[in-house]
Design a protein around this ligand. Structure first.
Ligand code: FRU
Length: 531
């Protein structure tokens, strides 16, 4: 009955304003609900935010995440676990590090302690150590909160975790002190922890030999974008253009609010690390990194609205060698009110992270992991389609759907603006376009479907991109409620959530101000990972 009302409303009032059926809010979990991502990770039900404690062990990729066991908005933070053997299909395992008493379990990382440096393992056991922030709240006469860094260890390959009785292991006079991420630093022969001092816009470095006792080493920041608080640092060394002799360290930090697309987002810094201090390589960046830098002098990880708190998997086998991560596909501006139920939020697709040289500079490049290709089916190729001040639906060429991947090459020709519309419907579309004059790649979701649940949702996100007379090459992943666009060899990425009507399945080519050309397009429907 309610479902029919929604369809009726769709015809009377147009798509916007058609909320998901209330019966879904109460929530039978079907993995076919309106807006349920089909190839992105989601928990079956309830609230999720940041990815946490990601590591590889014994053939399995572990993903933990911030989770509310009691509801569909933020609260009661605990770590929920999911496990995969291919980074694509996930088994939901449930809460493994729960909130207890006045202590919530905030974000952090995890590593495999192969040498048992921590001493948590007995008789050849390999401990896995999760580092998280204990968020203690105090009521009564002097209400407030305090954050400190804590450990939990697993002695059964990551299936269960025990909180360390000596917690917390690091305190700070600043009560805002969170999101510890640990990595082994070969040259200085110690564990390094990066942890945010959000209000101070700093990342603190700590060093340890046994993961239990930590020495403060240095602080990084405030630098770059300092408008919002700093959260969820990740820190890793990468070869430049794959050359192991030429490496740099990447510091990735989230900011909320004040990011390029509005609300929360993330920036990165490139530099060197000597075991104590991280120093910027400004030659690599080609501009001076100052505190409170303007938007065009910040290295943005993603130019869309919905990529936050990304952290990378630890302990990926050397023979694989990739740095892999994913981010929370949401934004604190509207995270709590997105129109989904009985779950809320999704993680991005897993991506590789690399450093590449772009002329004399060094930039981060992200690419979708190739494991996703197993989901491809129903392949269509198109070539040489002229687009002259029109919108061309590709439906009669077999190109349409709700979950798919596109690899496309477009020639600007004489057009001023051109591109591809996805999830098109009756007066509805998400526009992925290029503006010749402004040299901007954009994703416009102002008319993408349900945009009315928050005043800051109907946005256009933009990334600077110079074609220099070349064609525009795009790789696009569209799911039931998201778009991820990879351009310029992965150095420009735009991630955005959308909430289109399920009937909006059109893929269209468009141009304005002249004639553009679709040089080629590969289109694959993507199978659901939940089947
Ligand atoms: C980032 C964040 C973290 C914190 C967690 C709490 O999204 O605010 O800084 O640990 O969420 O859920």
């Amino acid at each position: 009955m309610i479902a029919k009302t929604c369809v009726l409303l769709f015809f009377i009032a147009g798509v916007t304003g058609c909320e998901p059926e209330p019966e879904q809010q109460e929530g039978e979990v079907t993995f076919k609900e309106w807006y349920r991502p089909q190839f992105h990770y989601t928990p079956p039900s309830n609230w999720m935010n940041d990815p946490n404690g990601m590591f590889y062990y014994d053939g399995q990729y572990f993903l933990h995440h911030q989770y509310n066991p009691h509801g569909i908005t933020w609260g009661h933070m605990s770590w929920y676990q999911a496990v995969s053997d291919d980074l694509v299909h996930w088994d939901h395992k449930g809460v493994v590090i729960p909130e207890e008493g006045n202590e919530m379990i905030f974000s952090g990382g995890a590593i495999v302690d192969h040498e048992n440096t921590s001493g948590f393992g007995e008789e050849g056991e390999t401990p896995i150590i999760a580092t998280y922030s204990s968020h203690y709240t105090y009521e009564g006469e002097d209400p407030g909160f305090e954050q400190a860094q804590s450990l939990a260890y697993s002695l059964d390959g990551g299936q269960t975790f025990t909180k360390y009785e000596g917690n917390p292991v690091i305190n700070h006079e600043d009560p805002d002190f969170r999101d510890p991420n640990v990595m082994w630093h070969e040259e200085s022969d110690q564990w390094i922890m990066v942890v945010a001092l959000p209000i101070q816009r700093k990342v603190a470095f700590y060093g340890s030999e046994n993961l239990r006792e930590w020495d403060h080493l240095s602080n990084f920041g405030p630098l770059g974008n300092t408008e919002g608080i700093w959260e969820c640092p990740d820190f890793f060394e990468l070869p430049v253009d794959g050359d192991p002799e030429n490496t740099r360290w990447v510091m990735h930090v989230d900011i909320n609010p004040g990011a390029i697309a509005g609300g929360s987002g993330s920036q990165y810094f490139i530099g060197d690390f000597d075991g104590t201090e991280f120093t910027l390589d400004e030659d690599a960046t080609a501009f001076e990194i100052v505190e409170g830098a303007p938007d065009d002098q910040v290295l943005w990880t993603d130019y869309g609205t919905d990529f936050y708190a990304a952290i990378s998997w630890s302990d990926i086998p050397e023979e694989d060698g990739r740095r892999l991560w994913l981010g929370w596909m949401s934004n604190w501006e509207y995270a709590n009110v997105k129109p989904t139920s009985p779950w809320r939020s999704a993680q991005s697709i897993p991506r590789t992270v690399e450093l590449v040289s772009v002329e004399d500079e060094i930039r981060m490049a992200q690419q979708p992991i190739e494991e996703l290709q197993q989901l491809r089916e129903d392949h269509h190729t198109l070539e040489n389609i002229n687009i002259e001040n029109e919108n061309i639906s590709l439906d009669d060429r077999g190109v349409s759907g709700k979950a798919y991947e596109i690899i496309a090459e477009l020639d600007a020709g004489t057009a001023e603006v051109f591109g591809i519309e996805v999830r098109g419907g009756d007066n509805q579309e998400t526009v992925i376009g290029y503006d010749i004059e402004d040299e901007i790649l954009f994703v416009d979701r102002t008319n993408s479907g349900d945009v009315g649940f928050n005043e800051n949702f109907a946005t256009v996100s933009e990334a600077p991109l110079s074609l220099n007379g070349e064609t525009l090459k795009l790789q696009i992943f569209v799911d039931w409620s998201s778009v991820e666009v990879f351009a310029e060899d992965g150095t420009k990425v735009l991630t955005k959530r959308i909430f289109p009507h399920p009937e909006s399945r059109d893929v269209r080519l468009f141009s304005e101000g002249g004639q553009a050309n679709l040089v080629s397009m590969d289109f694959w429907s993507l199978r659901s990972i939940w089947d």
